[in-house]
Write a protein of this length. Structure first.
Length: 88
């Protein structure tokens, strides 16, 4: 978000998501898993159903899920998809 420039960037946020995914994936053997991470975001009323308040109004606990499956019907090579819990 614009008001948090200098504190966070997209690369850092992506790193956080992938790192938490990696830690969760090491603990499961199936093709689906759910994991959480904490991020800083200003409270401007844009909360999503997979986000909850964490400690203060600038921190959100975000829940995501991942699925490991074929990329597409025409491409059976494996891929990892990271989604919101209510997405397919």
């Amino acid at each position: 978000p614009e008001m948090m420039k200098g504190e966070q960037d997209e690369s850092g946020r992506l790193w956080d998501i992938l790192w938490m995914f990696r830690n969760a994936a090491r603990k499961v053997s199936g093709s689906c898993l759910e994991f959480k991470f904490i991020c800083r975001l200003p409270d401007i009323g844009d909360w999503e159903s997979n986000e909850k308040l964490f400690e203060n109004r600038f921190q959100r606990m975000v829940t995501l899920k991942s699925i490991c499956q074929a990329q597409d019907f025409d491409d059976p090579s494996p891929a990892i998809f990271i989604l919101k819990p209510n997405e397919d």
